[in-house]
Design a protein around this ligand. Structure first.
Ligand SMILES: Nc1ncnc2c1ncn2[C@@H]1O[C@H](COP(=O)(O)OP(=O)(O)OP(=O)(O)O)[C@@H](O)[C@H]1O
Length: 569
């Protein structure tokens, strides 16, 4: 939640027969009520009301589902903080409340909300954060020397902390363990890390409270809930199973671009169309499929929009200082285009986002729902548009429960008109950026070949079409080892070579022959530098390598890391 977050208006909540926070006087610690008043929260949102009035007690284990932007953060922080203050049994210096969040930005947001909720206490409660991309030594020193009664952490860094027995000693009195975005935390990408965390925390039999919150709760996570919640836990939901899972106040549309080549022109035309309809306060988040793809779109639109609107980007390849600064800037911005990967797909509360545009396939229906939920928060309205190609349109059929209507305006003519502007803007995008985007595109779509009804040759043809749309005269060079890791060895149409450390490319003679679609031959001016191995949505790596000319294992300057990145990062 934002420090300057969008507030539900009292009128909206009053209309819904909401209970006031004052009515909780005597049941909730007074300094917490005072803080809510200072924050301007007069009425409870429906999920807050259900948690605060229907749980058997504030220490009960619970699974809570409520739509995006309806105030779940306060709904889990309040009971946990109340119990902590009420019981006063957590020794100084020990962690009493542990919140686990999938992304760094969300962890920061939750800790800011916690600080606001504890602002009226006679004695300060420290809320610390722990997440990757920051100087571990400094944070750990603060954590060990301070009194981190509340810790909000991402799974990777938390495991890092817990793997040291001395640091793990700080968690021996934990009273509440909260999984925000619980469904994603308990899915295969994060589950091993969550299992490690639970193994290293005091066992569930010591009595800590488990709380799982999310806007989506797919069936498949039910079997693993028992790791955090004890049998008989309370299940509260404000979402009717027959109801659409997205906020009613978001009008949702789809735009179908005939082919990959049309993507950029269509996106430009769509943004301009929507921007003209929203003369003031056009604040849009454009989600793409990969971090490197987003970096390319960001550069392209910076060139194309020529200062007409502020352009931002947030993706996992940026350093954490830049990510943090951009997050704060975009929270304060009245308008602007934010190009983003899923680092901000869930939980993030940017006030007054008017539009969410998704370009390309979301990984699944849940991801679509969470991204859409970045608009129309706290009782506001918004528009969401998903842009797919003809081939990707199956997503709409698979997810026909989502209320997505065809976009009412024909944008093909405007898209065609925009082509020269886009071509010029694309000409100024760095070759290295395009090369990384191409490789990421291949890696991402490799995981969807079945749904896209493509074999590997067809996949490469599609990626080469994407490269052509980026103005590449030939498919960007991909390192032989990376091709192997992607399972594309010998597939026609790829420009396979050796990428040396520092990025100098050499043709390795490994270009797959046969059908491939794009034009052949090595680039006269050498290959793109610094290919990077980001591909599948949950995998991060760095494919910059240095091999002997001609390939083979050779001298290895930089290892190709295929490590499992955290989803959403
Ligand atoms: N009781 C309240 N009164 C007024 N505004 C509120 C209240 N509770 C929360 N809000 C506002 O609602 C917005 C959304 O809250 P929050 O970020 O907790 O939503 P969420 O349900 O966790 O969303 P997501 O599913 O996207 O994580 C915030 O901007 C916050 O300021």
């Amino acid at each position: 939640m934002a420090s300057n977050g969008a507030l539900y208006s009292s009128a909206t909540l009053k209309e819904q027969d909401a209970q006031t926070y004052q009515s909780m006087s005597g049941r909730l610690q007074q300094p917490l009520l005072k803080a809510l008043e200072v924050m301007g929260y007069q009425y409870m949102t429906p999920v807050q009301q259900r948690v605060l009035t229907e749980l058997p007690n504030f220490k009960a284990d619970c699974l809570v589902q409520a739509k995006t932007g309806t105030g779940k953060t306060i709904a889990f922080l309040l009971p946990a903080l109340h119990s902590l203050l009420q019981e006063q049994t957590v020794p100084a210096g020990q962690v009493g409340i542990l919140v686990v969040s999938p992304t760094r930005e969300l962890a920061t947001q939750i800790s800011q909300e916690c600080d606001k909720l504890t602002s009226q206490l006679p004695r300060r409660i420290e809320c610390h954060t722990a997440f990757g991309g920051t100087k571990k030594e400094k944070h750990l020193k603060d954590f060990l020397n301070g009194q981190p009664t509340v810790l909000v952490a991402t799974p990777g860094r938390l495991n890092d902390y817990l793997s040291d027995n001395y640091v793990a000693g700080k968690f021996q009195n934990v009273r509440a363990v909260i999984l925000d975005e619980a469904d994603t935390m308990l899915e295969s990408g994060f589950l091993p890390a969550i299992n490690d965390i639970l193994r290293r925390l005091p066992p569930k039999t010591t009595g800590w409270q488990g709380m799982c919150f999310s806007a989506t709760m797919p069936e498949k996570i039910k079997p693993v809930l028992g790791k955090v919640l004890r049998p008989g836990y309370s299940h509260l939901t404000t979402v009717d199973p027959n109801e659409v899972p997205t906020i009613e106040a978001v009008t949702q549309f789809s735009v179908i671009a005939p082919t990959v080549s049309d993507t950029f022109n269509y996106l430009y035309a769509l943004i301009e169309q929507e921007r003209q309809q929203t003369p003031s306060g056009f604040k849009a988040i454009i989600f793409g499929t990969t971090a490197n793809g987003i970096a390319m779109l960001h550069e392209l639109f910076q060139n194309a929009m020529q200062g007409k609107i502020s352009i931002y980007q947030l993706q996992s390849r940026l350093n954490q200082n830049v990510r943090t600064r951009t997050t704060e800037e975009y929270k304060k911005a009245a308008s602007g285009l934010m190009f983003a990967s899923d680092v901000i797909g869930r939980g993030m509360d940017f006030p007054a986002v008017s539009h969410v545009i998704q370009v390309g396939l979301p990984t699944n229906g849940e991801q679509y729902v969470h991204r859409v939920g970045r608009t129309a928060r706290a009782g506001n309205e918004g528009r969401a548009i998903i842009m797919l190609t003809e081939r990707e349109k199956y997503f709409l059929t698979v997810n026909r429960h989502l209320p997505i209507k065809p976009y009412p305006v024909q944008i093909s003519a405007f898209a065609a008109q925009s082509s020269p502007v886009l071509a010029q803007a694309m000409g100024r995008v760095d070759d290295k950026t395009k090369s990384k985007a191409y490789q990421a595109y291949l890696g991402f779509h490799k995981t969807f070949t079945k749904q896209l009804r493509l074999d590997t040759t067809g996949l490469v043809m599609m990626a080469n079409e994407y490269a052509q749309a980026m103005g590449c005269l030939e498919p960007p060079l991909i390192d032989r080892q990376v091709v192997g890791k992607m399972g594309l060895k010998g597939v026609g149409g790829l420009n396979v070579g050796v990428v040396e450390k520092g990025g100098r490319g050499q043709m390795g003679g490994g270009r797959g022959g046969g059908r491939g679609g794009a034009r052949g031959g090595a680039r006269p001016n050498g290959a793109p530098r610094g290919l990077s191995n980001q591909g599948a949505p949950t995998v991060q790596g760095n494919g910059v390598q240095k091999n002997k000319r001609g390939g083979g294992p050779g001298r290895r300057g930089g290892r190709t890391r295929g490590h499992q990145g955290m989803p959403g990062e």
